[in-house]
Design a protein around this ligand. Structure first.
Ligand SMILES: [Zn+2]
Length: 449
């Protein structure tokens, strides 16, 4: 790891007229990033990014705030050089994890930032088995405006003994003998926080590819954790069935505009927790995958293709953020389970949710779903949330609920500044009585179900 001393150097550089012409639609445009993995620097990357900040079109007289920074605060960003041309003032705040740019008289400014970024989250969650670079754990390793759509030109360079798998599909470019170079350019604007990727030590993993009907599944399994063959078969069936189920209601799995391919990669790690959907790949615990009685949680991850942090752009810190991003999707995976495993299985999951909820009922952990501004109370988000949705579905009917979820997805996927109120207002227009019930349950502390 490089020195932890933070050096901030302001430089200027030659300006060329049309080279960085601004895109009229976004505050930030012409976004180019290069991530370099250095051999000895675990959980750290050298990052160079450049973009235009478009000042004039927004008529902003305050500042432009981008998310930037990580969990270790003053230790996260090192050896930084930031430059802006034409010059605009900026302030980096490691406590708030923001970089603020203050507009000057110019129409826009081209920003170049170069720094080392140390991610505490990838270290803690993935335990040096692999590095997963995700903005989801409040590690903002490149600056972005949440809710904006960006066209990215991304390059990742890594020593040859690593594999890099992108949230969006990389093409491998010719590198030097000991360095691999991966590149992608998004064809359509994508969520500004979705520039995620995985770095795997090649020798630690076994790779396999499977052809499903018109769909390819790839797995990266750790060599030293045994997984029975029947588990892989089960995974392939579950993947196929859950994709069929969700796409029947909410539209095709692959989507060019979202950068989603007809292909899904599962990457496993050694932590006992943390399954994640990272666009074209899913991360999962290999221990749990090998031993758990069922692998339904992976259908939940597939559900995030439609409902989750990459499509429902409700910001962390907003009321009901994790009811919208997690509880809704968890309940959808239960409906899938009913079709796939049967009614008894569904009833057992609901009973299990009730048992789990009862362990916290009337305690200070029994928060309302409306208070779930961050994903910091799993019992409320994944047990109480589905329980209250189930009460609403009992009143409304499952078919009507699924139609409403489709309308909600089609109306709000990819739209910035989503709020819980948008969700409940839409439900009110479709079924007012059910909306009043659900809104009441979402805002309640203790519930009797
Ligand atoms: Zn989830």
């Amino acid at each position: 790891m490089k020195t932890l001393t933070k050096i901030l150097i302001i430089t200027s550089f030659a300006f060329s007229h049309n080279l960085f012409a601004a895109n009229e639609k976004n505050i930030v445009s012409n976004y180019k990033i290069e991530f370099t993995k250095e051999k000895e620097s675990k959980n750290s990357l050298h990052i160079r990014c450049e973009f235009d900040i478009n000042i004039e079109q927004l008529n902003i007289d305050t500042c432009i705030e981008m998310k930037f920074g990580g969990k270790l605060k003053e230790y996260t960003i090192n050896d930084s050089t930031f430059s802006t041309y034409p010059h605009i003032d900026y302030v980096y705040d490691d406590e708030q994890k923001t970089i603020k740019f203050y507009p000057a008289n110019s129409k826009y400014s081209h920003v170049i930032m170069e720094y080392d970024f140390l991610s505490y989250s990838t270290l803690v969650i993935y335990r040096n088995v692999c590095e997963i670079w995700e903005t989801s754990f409040s590690e903002f390793y490149y600056p972005f405006i949440f809710g904006e759509k960006s066209l990215f030109d991304v390059t990742v360079k890594a020593p040859a003994e690593y594999l890099v798998i992108g949230g969006y599909n990389f093409t491998e470019k010719e590198g030097q003998p000991d360095i691999k170079i991966y590149h992608y350019k998004t064809e359509y604007p994508v969520a500004s926080h979705s520039c995620v990727f995985a770095i795997l030590p090649d020798s630690t993993y076994t790779n396999a590819k499977y052809g499903l009907k018109n769909f390819e599944v790839e797995t990266y399994l750790l060599k030293d954790v045994d997984v029975p063959d029947k588990r892989i078969t089960e995974l392939l069936y579950l993947t196929s069935a859950s994709i069929d189920f969700f796409s029947k209601y909410f539209g095709k799995y692959d989507n060019k505009q979202l950068g989603i391919e007809n292909k899904l990669t599962y990457i496993f790690h050694k932590n006992a927790v943390s399954n994640r959907n990272d666009l074209n790949f899913i991360i999962a615990s290999q221990y749990k995958f090998a031993q758990k009685p069922h692998i339904l949680p992976l259908a939940h991850e597939i559900g995030h293709r439609w409902f989750g942090e990459w499509t429902l752009l409700i910001e962390n810190g907003e009321s009901g953020a994790y009811f919208i991003k997690e509880s809704l999707n968890e309940y959808l995976s239960f409906i899938f389970a009913k079709y796939y495993y049967g009614q008894d299985f569904f009833d057992n999951i609901i009973d299990s949710c009730r048992r789990q909820y009862n362990t916290i009922k009337n305690t200070n952990r029994d928060k309302s779903l409306y208070d779930m501004k961050f994903n910091n109370n799993f019992t409320v988000v994944y047990n109480k949330g589905p329980l209250i949705i189930n009460e609403t579905v009992k009143l409304m009917g499952e078919d009507k609920w699924l139609l409403f979820m489709k309308d909600f997805y089609l109306k709000y996927a990819g739209k910035p500044n989503l709020k819980y109120e948008d969700f409940i207002e839409l439900l009110k227009t479709e079924d007012e009585v059910s909306a009043i019930l659900l809104d009441d349950l979402v805002k309640k502390g203790s519930i009797d179900i």
